[in-house]
Structures are given as C-alpha cells and as structure tokens.
Design a protein around this ligand. Sequence first.
Ligand code: DOR
Ligand code: ZN
Ligand code: ZN
Length: 408
Amino acid sequence: ETIDATGLHVIPGAIDVHVHVREPGFSHKETWTSATRAAAVGGVTTVFDMPNTNPPTASVAALDRKHAIAGSQAIVDYGLYGLIGEHNLDQLEAMAQAGAASFKLYMGSENPLVPCPPDGAIVAAFEILARLGIRTTVHAENTPLLTWRGETLRAAGRTDAAAHLEQHIDLAAVEAVSRTAIFAEWTGAKVHIAHESTRHSLPHIRFAKARGVDLTVETCPHYLFLSTDDGGRLGDNFMRVKPPVREPGHAGPLWDALLDGTIDMLSTDHAPHLMSEKTRDVIWDCAPGFPGVETSMVLMLAQVSRGRLTLGQYVRMACEAPAEAFGMFPRKGVLMVGADADIVLIDMSKTGRITAAGLHSIGNATPFEGFALHGMPVRTLVRGKTVALDGRPVGPPGWGRPVTVRRT
Ligand code: DOR
Ligand code: ZN
Ligand code: ZN
C-alpha cells in the first residue's frame, strides 16, 4: 500500500493503558468491536483492558475467555489486565504466564465484582508482582476511609457527608497514592497510579520518585479539561466519575505535572455507559465515568494547535511513556514506539467538533460534547494495516493481537 502523507504529521499510535472494554458481562455498554473501532478512529493502536467485567478477569479461565472474545473482534492491539483480589494471589503467576499484560488493584471499590483487598493482601500481591517483574496499576482511592461505625457514610444514610467526601475532599485519593508508594518501596514492586485527579497528590508523587520508588502515574482528559463548574452544564449526576473531577484549581497543576514528567502519561479511563445510566435522579445510582479513547487525541491536538504543548510532548505522554512503563519495547533496552508500524497520520489543519452521536462507542455519553477541534487523526495503521481512515473504522475484525510485554 502506498500512502500519500503530503502535509500530514506522522506519529506513533497512542497506547491507552486504561480502557474498560466491558465484555464479557456489559456488552450493552460496549463490546470489543465497538471499543476498538472507537480506539482506531481516535488514533489509539493499543488498549489495555481493565478486569472489572463479569466475570472479572481474576483467573486463568477468565483471562483465556477474554482473550478469545478480544481476538475475534479487536481491530487494534490489546493487553489484558488480571485482577488482584484477596483470594487469587496464588493464581497471579499462572495468569502472567497465560498472557496478562499487567495487573489491576482496586484500593477502593464499592463494586462487589472487584472487592478491595486488605493491606496485608496488597503487600503480598506486590511481593509476587515484584518477583514477576510486572507493573501493577492501582486504583488509589481509599473508599474505606469513607466508613464510620462499620458502614459507609452513604449506607448510613449520611448522603450529604458522603457526597461531600466523595466529591469535594480528595483525602481518600491522596492517602491511597501515598500508601501505594510506601508499599511499593517496601516490596520493590513497580506500580502505576491510575487516573490522578488532584493536585494534592503531586507532592507525594514527587517525594516517592525522589526516593527511587518505581512509580509511574497517569492522568486523563476529564481531569485536565473539566472541573466541578461543569456540573451546571452537564448535570452533577452525569459528571459522576471515580475519582471525581475536582474543583477549579486542580487542572492547571495537573497539566504542569504532566508537562514536567511528575505525571508520566496520558490515559483515558475509557468507561462507557449509556446516557440513561448516567442521568438517574440520585447521584449514587448514576454510573461513573466517560468514554475516552476516541476523544483524547483530538482534545490534545486542539491544545497543540493553541500552543499549550508540542506534538513531541504529546507523543511522549501518549505513546512513549506507556510503552516504556509497561515493557512494550521489542528488544531489551531499545525503546521503539511505532515499531511494527503502529502509526497515526495527523492533519493539523482539520477542524470540527466532538459530538456524542459521532462517536463509535455504544456508551457514547461524552462530557466533551461540542468541544472545538483543531487537528485530527486521518489514518490509523496497526502493524502496517489501515484500521481507520478519515474518521471511519475500516480494520478487519480480529486484526488486533495481544501485545507482548517484557518483564524487567
Ligand atoms: O469512573 C469510573 N468508572 N471509575 C472506575 O474506577 C470504574 C469505571 C467503570 O468501570 O465504569
Ligand atoms: Zn480505577
Ligand atoms: Zn478505570
């Protein structure tokens, strides 16, 4: 295939290490087909899928089943997360051998499918993963901190207090980030902090890195582009996401941290839900999270156009840093993002607007409706094959392959 790239920029495909594909279990929200078509159009050539499906990806059998589903549908490459639970620590090594690309630990969760292990189990898990040389992604939010007299404040009917804690106090996140770093330091585990949402974590992250803890950190577009002020426009209930979008005054320091390397990379926490699931009357009944794989690159390219960052800085945070952190380089010591021709062609002159109706996710309830775009991916190639062209997914189902991660 000969491709005319006159006037276009050529960059490596984005690697999104935080994607909830939803299948098996929640295919009314998203499937491997819909998620990877959205990713391809968005310039993402590799997605790492989270384990909070039904069944959760907590055993070799569940991992094998998910590999089969993904393998038949995906049009971009993928890594599968295994779940760290209190009761499956004896299976982590077998799951790694069966191809788990990384593992996910929920330090705070109210989802019974992915319960939060006690601290002793977390340290034991980190010891195993340190030995295996696999980076572990942590949802660092201390939900138990929100309990009082044995109940969550919400279950105790203290919804005002619970809302206050969940929405406006980021102590639960800061404490868990700091505790994760301390556990990593004790065990020698490589850990990755998911979806950093608050400026109050940043000194703790800098301190851990300065001590030599092998810590990497991601943030997501909703923390960079939104604040609680958007609740008026979008509805406070629709805005629900874990961790929450914070008050004005956090996004600026998060941008600075992303540009100075305190935050290593950009992911999306792509969490598709139906609009009907996100707009219920009671906030606690509203599904948390937003789709992200299709809107992240275009949102950032609009900022490149405005001069807030360079295209090179974007490539660093969206392509190189995740490849480096998760061991996706083809030969030891050689970092070659875009190797094996995972490539995106960008037209920086192209303009448009984000619309939910234009997205390829089933759960297309985006908070970025109407955002003005300047710069778009026009062609996405995975291993040399065009999988998206001019905003349309064109890759054959099953072209996506599991990634090989190098353990160190
Ligand atoms: O907002 C969120 N949505 N945070 C999570 O941790 C889970 C995710 C989901 O699966 O919907
Ligand atoms: Zn999470
Ligand atoms: Zn997530």
